[in-house]
Design a binder for this molecule. Sequence first.
Ligand SMILES: Cc1cc2nc3c(=O)[nH]c(=O)nc-3n(C[C@H](O)[C@H](O)[C@H](O)COP(=O)(O)OP(=O)(O)OC[C@H]3O[C@@H](n4cnc5c(N)ncnc54)[C@H](O)[C@@H]3O)c2cc1C
Length: 482
Amino acid sequence: MQVIDLLVIGGGTSGYMVASGASQAGLKVILTEKSHSLGGLSVSSGCVPSKTMMAISEQINCANKLRQSGIIKSKLKTNLQKINSKIFKITDKIKNSTQIQTLTSKGVKVIFGKCSFIEPNIAVINNEKIKFKQAVIATGSRPIIPDYKNLDKINFITHEKIFDLDKMPETLLIVGATMSSLEFAQAFTNFGVKVTVIEHNNFILEKMDQELSWKIYVSLIKMGVTILTGYKIIDCYPIKENKMLECIDNQGAKHSLQAEEVLINLGQRPNIEALGLENAAVKFFERGIVVDKKLRTSNKNIFAIGDVNNLSENFTHIAEHHANVILRNLINKSSKCINNTMIPIVMYTTPEFAQIGLTEHQAIKKYGQAIKILKFNFSDTDSGIIFENTEGLIKVILHEAIIIGVSIFGYRASELISEWCVAMQNSMSIKSLANTIRAYPSISVINKRVASTGIYSGSFSLPNWKNRGFFAKILPKLLLRS
Ligand SMILES: Cc1cc2nc3c(=O)[nH]c(=O)nc-3n(C[C@H](O)[C@H](O)[C@H](O)COP(=O)(O)OP(=O)(O)OC[C@H]3O[C@@H](n4cnc5c(N)ncnc54)[C@H](O)[C@@H]3O)c2cc1C
């Protein structure tokens, strides 16, 4: 029987990072992966292909804008096979950075095959027993498939199959208004598909800032996406080439919805089956493996990281953060805990949505009226006007002058939020953000503008030419008076 220091189960984002780092630090490491390649969900059907699709969708959106202003004459026609082949090319490029050779050159032994525990410190891979001092479970997640009546009778798709479609559907029903659903809804609408999103809750993005969720909802409706909230699916059946969903709304009325393709996208469930967790005394629930703040399971020598544990949201940057915490604790023998509050959440629609810390609703619940809210519209920035991205709003929440939450709906919100991540992580004051000079007319000027409203009551910040006109009228009078 082989005896090793560390067994890593799962070769996705988090498993790959832990195996690579631990091996470089001198540990004897085996990484086992049940599929035929490394990289996991992020490169197979998660972030990378979906964001590549969003990038193509945004380019089409820009071209449509140019067509509306007469700069481009002809109407755009999209070709799904060409779109998918571009997605594969880009995904492949990124996948190549997670090659087996890269890992083995760092000293990791990679074994493809199914792995399960047979004892608290022994696992079996392809009938071979492996004794480990410590193990990291990084087996990720897969799509939730609901138990709707007759769902198996329709040939539905999940995100695992959406990038394999060989023909652009005329109509698409998306079940579940998750963030990735809204991204897919926007992309396919830009590709010319008639998209309907069905959500059983009464609102979309309930955990996000409600004012901004509403703006996102309106923005998607305006571009042509149909969003049906408060709809429950009661039956499914095929109808000629199409698929039919029977729904009941929250008023009790029945609706029949038909489309060429149905995408089930209700979120992810952890990959915990067939791991023999009971044999290793590792506790788990339906939502994932139970871990403490150091990502230890109920077996103190086994850790669970990324999507497979029961913590917070599923994101690649969280999986990476978990891998970093594990590495620091294993290698440096430190006792670092995970950071569960400073996690940015981003939706890559156009405009994008990004959030960190508390929402307005959560802040009021926690601190009552002892909060201050700063807001600034993208339409009041020169960059918004120049780049024709005036839709959106940034909202900053302060409690006793400390930044406790930021929500942004607007152009490049995914980049704008980074500054707030750094500011919050390092307890920077709103004043230091207001006083930092940004290049004009970059999009990031909006971060300065919103911060300025918190300390200068608007008088020394120059929000836009409209307000500068007012400022210019008042300032000479004030100067004359003094
Ligand atoms: C459509 C979509 C879009 C997304 N977009 C984003 C985004 O824009 N930004 C973002 O941050 N996140 C995004 N995510 C989430 C992100 O992809 C995941 O959170 C991340 O990939 C999780 O990494 P992980 O290491 O936990 O698991 P994974 O990367 O999934 O790796 C798990 C690995 O374990 C293997 N495995 C499973 N069971 C076993 C077993 N028994 N034995 C051996 N190996 C096993 C799997 O084959 C897989 O390779 C998106 C997800 C989806 C579905």
